[in-house]
Ligand binder design. Sequence first.
Ligand code: HEC
Length: 161
Amino acid sequence: MRLVLAALGAFVAVSCSRPPETAVTATGATAPLYNADLDVNELMLHVMEPAAYDFWRGWGIIYTAEGTRDISPRTSQEWLEVENGAATMIAATNVLMLPHFVRKPEDEWYQAAKNLADIAKAGKDAAEAQDKQAMYDLGGKLDEACDACHDKFQPPELRKP
Ligand code: HEC
């Protein structure tokens, strides 16, 4: 009995400290719990950056010889695309926090990802409310949140000039 309790205690301790990275499938095989085929760079290029461009379309002005032209979203469909970009970034930051993707120092990595997720969530709400001014303010903050993580974690050889 004591042995069983001790074993149970160990199991609880292990399962509480860290989510498992593999799962046993219906056929009894062991499979990774999530897909880790994309590396951070690919996740950025194929998910994060396109989503950020959709987000930044939440506010826009073009300056011409005749004056300024507002190219911010007009239709519900255009606002929905901005909201989709914000939601995609929230999901992408969750991926960045999975063990396979996390870089050291881990607390700074998590903080950088969380900053971005908070801005994306505020942007999702602003897009839902079709609030151009908020999208303008958040667009600037988003840019800074991307740069803050890149300054810290992007290897110099992978940086664009
Ligand atoms: C939590 C950290 C983190 C955040 C936040 C982050 N990135 Fe990245 N990003 C990286 C790292 C690290 C790399 C370099 C890839 C590598 O080291 O494997 C990278 C690379 C990139 C690249 C490819 C390289 C390049 O410069 O062209 C793009 C594009 C990119 N990020 C866009 C973004 C955008 C846009 C945002 C914000 C909306 C963002 N990233 C937010 C960590 C982050």
